[in-house]
Write a protein that binds this ligand. Structure first.
Ligand code: TYM
Length: 326
């Protein structure tokens, strides 16, 4: 059985972009893949976090995974920092990664621009991500398009390591769904919907109040043409809404254009809001139940036991090939 793995950072409640780019893919793929999903808490401290809020967010994210339909019987679920082999492996990979290739990572260039005093963790972040992936001999990594470059560098690092030390790693591929690879900010559709956006009206969070979600969709920025037509270059706002509608209804773009060809933007937005809210309100109900229950710890105990065993084997194999230890 082929294996998939993905992780999300526990930075605040997850957005519609995260849900569509990563979680929804896993929910669909968990039926036919050996599936791993974790909370990337170590990645989230590349930008300083309040410890108390971070710990709360880790639990919230785990509850959201389950509420979104990640099935603990079909997935291995764990917290990255509980498996110390990830950082050990990351260091060994770092010593086989070039400064130049990390300097070319778009996300690093963007994030470091916003901050003059950034941590070295922000720079080496893709190597830890490579460790997360390579430890588990993963075939596919379901992610949004913004993480594609990081999966590609993981592949390059693995390939280089294999050529130098013998075949230790499987080469992974990113798995990017056809629609919804990049959900854009509702108020600024030239930029991706991001947890850290300045204008929160452009960002839908899965735990937002339902009325607020409707309001955000109804006030999404569009254009003056008043025709529901997919054209990301000239009509980024409407195209983004078409994308979202397509993900939630499984209809393709031309079916959607046909369905709304005599509708104004207000009617179209209302339909988008209805399908989004229908799915999110079910998630919210389940989320409340899960937060009240104590099922998360048992799932994490199972997950960490299993992933530590796998990771230890990979770590020992790397040490042996690299001549580390006695
Ligand atoms: P993170 O937490 O930034 O994002 C989690 C997932 O959500 C996707 N995503 C989006 N997809 C579509 N539209 C958007 N607007 C949007 N915004 C975010 C991201 O592509 C990602 O799939 N480094 C990773 C976490 C990570 C990881 C890994 C992922 C650590 N190790 C190993 C896969 C495999 C991150 O910061 O994702």
């Amino acid at each position: 059985m082929k294996r998939i793995l993905t992780g999300l950072q526990p930075t605040g409640e997850i957005t519609l972009g995260n849900y569509i780019g990563a979680i929804k893919q896993i929910v669909e793929l968990q039926e036919k893949y050996d599936s791993y999903i974790f909370v990337a808490d170590l990645h989230s401290i590349t930008i300083p976090k309040d410890p108390k809020i971070l710990r709360e967010n880790i639990r919230k994210l785990l509850a959201l995974y389950l509420a979104c339909g990640i099935d603990p019987n079909k997935n291995t679920i764990f917290i990255q920092s509980e498996n110390e082999y990830h950082t050990n492996v990351s260091w060994m990979l770092e010593c086989n990664t070039y400064f130049g290739e990390l300097s070319r990572m778009t996300q690093f260039k963007d994030k470091s621009k916003k901050n003059t005093n950034f941590s070295s963790g922000l720079f080496t972040y893709p190597v830890l991500m490579a460790a997360d992936i390579l430890i588990y001999d993963v075939d596919y990594v379901p992610v949004g398009i913004d993480q594609k470059q990081h999966v590609e560098i993981a592949r390059d690092i693995a390939d280089r390591f294999n050529k130098k030390y013998g075949k230790i790693f499987k080469l992974p591929d990113a798995l990017i769904s056809e629609v919804g690879t990049k959900i854009m900010d509702l108020q600024d559709p030239y930029h991706k919907m991001s947890k850290s956006s300045e204008n929160q009206n452009g960002v839908i969070r899965l735990l937002d109040n339902i009325d607020l979600i409707r309001k955000k969709i109804m006030s999404a920025v569009t254009d003056s043409e008043s025709i529901v037509r997919f054209d990301p270059d000239n009509k980024p706002g409407i195209s983004n809404l078409i994308n979202i509608y397509s993900v939630f209804t499984h209809k393709n773009i031309s079916e959607i254009e046909e369905e709304f060809n005599s509708c104004n933007y207000g009617d179209f937005k209302k339909s988008v809001a209805d399908v989004v809210i229908n799915e999110i309100s079910k998630i919210q109900n389940k989320y409340d139940e899960i937060m009240k229950s104590n099922q998360i710890d048992k799932i994490l105990d199972d997950g960490i036991r299993k992933t530590r065993e796998i990771a230890k084997r990979k770590y020992e194999a790397m040490k042996l090939e690299m001549g580390l230890g006695r």
